[in-house]
Design a protein around this ligand. Sequence first.
Ligand SMILES: *Cc1c(COP(=O)(O)O)cnc(C)c1O
Length: 493
Amino acid sequence: MKYHSTRDTNNTVTAAQAIVKGLAPDGGLYVPEYFPLISMETIDKLCRMDYHRISEYIMDLFLDGPLSQELDNMAKRAYGLNFDHKDIAPVHFTDEGICILELWHGPTSAFKDMALQMLPHLLTNSIKECGESREVCILVATSGDTGKAALEGFKDVSGTRIIVFYPKNGVSDVQKLQMTTQEGGNVLVCGVDGNFDDTQAGVKAIFADTDFAEKLSERGYVLSSANSINWGRLLPQIAYYFSAYCDYVNFGGLKLGETVNICVPTGNFGNILAAWYAKILGLPIAKLICASNENNVLTDFIATGTYDRNRPFYITTSPSMDILVSSNLERLLYAVSKDPDEVSGYMLQLAQTGKYTVSDKLKNEIITQFAGGWCGQDHAAEVIAELYYEKGYLMDPHTAVGYKVLKDYRMKSGDRTPTILCSTASPFKFCEDVLRAIDVHPNYSGVGLISLLSEKTGIQPPKPLAHLGEKTVRFSDVRAKGEMCDVVEEFLR
Ligand SMILES: *Cc1c(COP(=O)(O)O)cnc(C)c1O
């Protein structure tokens, strides 16, 4: 399979090149040249496979050469005992025709693990295939979940190193401790005296510094990112929609071939785009329901065809959805328009004015396939309480946003299609807000809240979170934002 940019279809690259480069030279995102169709007969076969085999089947459609040959190995290592559930992405059925797809059974208890347990294997094999002999150093600026998931994915992966910068006061206590206690011989975690924007700007400046790149190259290192726009992060995510559909069929809640809706708590538009790709591949999906929090740029876009990031930025209890520019939307615009010039035009307007309006043709197509909605944090908290007290099911604030938007959509549209709802984080990752939602108000904060939430609900926390308090802090350094480059240089001596 060949890939090209969303902004230029003339220059093609291999899967390995797309994964190594991340972003196309013209600033566009890499997309596959075509999507093969998976027959219902094949979906029936997938329904008798383990998760890692489903993942292997789906991913193999888009890979070739050495990457394809290594896939069995990669999938086994990415989706094995590193997950705390044998189904990897298990489902929970409610009595309302909702199938909650739990994407947080990986080592860091958030959905990023689904992709970041696979990406290091894809990347190291791609690097080899591209003839790169330098050691790769992954640089990440994180506002929470991504940093830890990338650390767990890349720890002790030979031929790689990873440095994660986090804003000193911009991550939760649990998230910070998850990172500062990170194990592995090839990892470095460093706090930055600044906010997330400062941290991200620092990392971007390092990537843009060609002299610095030259210097590192002489020492045998090349920098790379584990960004959510990388094809190697998107591709592994398509598999769990097939796996969830099969679980729904195997459970008896659906007949093979019957359509489902999919509802996704959305930030950068990666997860829901993977669902849309699953639909293009032949999974019987009707509507894709895109759930946002107060940062509801996407809700407005789906309703009006105008994307406008010129608006206040809200910090909410679902921080991984606090995003005003959803990068992966560019891939949807390309897939629907098939016109790289049209996409380039919108992206130029976005860069220059912070907004663009798509053509009527594009808008109509998007409205047919997607429904959008948003939910404020107070309503999300009510939903957490309602589900917990009425059904004994505890969900995190991101998932709660999705659940509320789904209920509102059903009410408004009358559409009662069985729906797969993505649950993107363990409630134990957001103890403080979850406890408050179920009306528990402790007078302390920090990791002690994990045991408190467990005590109050009788639900076991994921093991890595339960033992977080006992782990040794390995990385306590906090540096000025002007020193980030020095941190990298010292680590790559
Ligand atoms: C990253 C993340 C999201 C958003 O996913 P996108 O692919 O960026 O849309 C939602 N919830 C949680 C918990 C996340 O970590």
